[in-house]
Design a protein around this ligand. Structure first.
Ligand code: GLY
Length: 409
């Protein structure tokens, strides 16, 4: 055979194999979307009203444990968010109707007394997603008004002396001051969004101040973060760092680290300030370093391929400690955005981490056919003995968000 003909056949083979690999990836993505859509429909069939929302379930239970839809229940918006993303992924109009009805049940928040920083989680997941994904402009404008009013309400938690939002007004005495938790970074999106919609510089500056102050006092030099920072509410002085949901004050609570990565990536989307991008990358690099060390040191062959963190990277019970799929989902969704801002080498590293996380979740964290949750094995509040190794609604929410980000990127 002539050399030219050989080259031609080799090129055809290469093309064929790369097409097959791409098709296989696409097929697995489509299968996962179908799997999630099945779970969403199963949950929809179990929901009779919006007074309460799915929160968690244990093992392969066939129904969610519900919690009352109130400002005190920080997870109330996630189910609506799951519906919005499922609608965006499938175009199913039954799901759109369910998403719209559920969002209506969140509108009361615009007139409700402010409870705490979780007003951001409650409204970003439900109304802000609805504002972005609903095809109906009238519905969008109703959500917009409610969101702007909620942003004003959230801004009341800002202490200008400290430079951050107070996370838990009810816990000022317990913590001995103005407490700010890493989770609070997520809620800044409501302020940034409202500032961008209205041109309100005050809201923008509050959010930037919160991000910068948190950057100064909430991180260790290696990029890992504390869960809580406590400040003197009068002088604004930083008093101490501690944990609430992690193993110890100096440990690395996996979901706290995930909130940091997600938070600074989102902040950079609005500020375009290099320091925020660098913070997001530093937090992500610390997480991946710990995760790689964790999988690398394990002697169990199955654990070495599991790219989902233990609930706290420092729990001495590892490898017999529970995992936290929710942290993996938050990070996967964040990295899908961060890789767009990062340079080529880092983007490549993040892409590999996304692929490994996705593969682990799909292989080992799906639930039984009769279970309405998408993913198993999350950990909510380990020190309180609550939701250890459960399916939790926010894991499903960030998993669906990641699928949506994969679709639009
Ligand atoms: N925001 C509470 C948590 O991450 O559990």
């Amino acid at each position: 055979m002539k050399r030219k003909t050989l080259y031609f056949f080799a090129w055809c083979l290469l093309l064929l194999s790369s097409c097959t690999a791409k098709d296989a990836r696409q097929a697995s993505y489509d299968d996962v979307v179908r799997y999630c859509d099945g779970k969403i429909h199963l949950t929809m069939s179990q929901m009779s009203c919006h007074d309460s929302m799915p929160r968690n379930l244990q093992g392969d239970a066939t129904a969610w444990n519900l919690r009352a839809n109130t400002p005190m229940e920080w997870c109330s918006g996630f189910w609506d968010g799951c519906l919005w993303y499922d609608y965006a992924l499938t175009g199913d109009t039954d799901v759109l109707q369910a998403a719209t009805e559920t969002a209506s049940s969140m509108l009361y928040l615009s007139n409700a007394p402010l409870f705490d920083h979780d007003l951001g989680f409650l409204t970003i997941t439900s109304l802000l997603n609805g504002y972005r994904l609903s095809p109906d402009s009238l519905t969008q404008s109703v959500y917009r008004e409610a969101l702007l009013s909620c942003a004003d309400s959230l801004a009341l938690l800002f202490n200008p002396k400290v430079g951050t939002l107070l996370s838990w007004p009810r816990n000022v005495e317990i913590f001995g001051g103005h407490n700010t938790i890493m989770d609070n970074m997520i809620n800044l999106e409501l302020l940034f969004w409202a500032a961008a919609e209205t041109g309100r510089q005050d809201l923008f500056e509050m959010a930037v101040s919160h991000a910068d102050t948190t950057m100064a006092y909430h991180f260790r030099p290696d990029g890992t973060c504390y869960h809580v920072a406590v400040y003197d509410p009068q002088s604004g002085a930083h008093l101490r760092n501690c944990t609430h949901q992690g193993y110890a004050d100096e440990s690395v609570w996996a979901r706290g680290q995930a909130w940091a990565i997600y938070g600074y990536t989102m902040v950079y989307r609005y500020t375009h300030a290099e320091r925020h991008l660098l913070m997001a990358e530093k937090a992500a690099d610390a997480y991946l370093r710990l995760l790689n060390a964790q999988t690398g040191v394990s002697h169990e062959p199955s654990a070495s391929s599991d790219y989902v963190p233990y609930w706290d990277f420092c729990d001495p019970a590892i490898p017999n400690a529970p995992k936290d799929a929710s942290a993996a989902c938050v990070v996967m969704s964040a990295l899908l955005e961060l890789q767009q801002y990062a340079d080529e080498a880092k983007a490549d590293e993040y892409k590999k981490a996304i692929d490994k996380t996705f593969a682990s979740l799909v292989a080992d964290y799906r639930t039984a056919d009769t279970c309405p949750a998408i993913l198993a094995h999350s950990t909510g509040h380990h020190p309180a003995g609550s939701e250890i190794d459960y399916s939790i609604i926010y894991a499903d929410y960030y998993f669906l968000e990641a699928l949506y980000r994969m679709k639009i990127r």
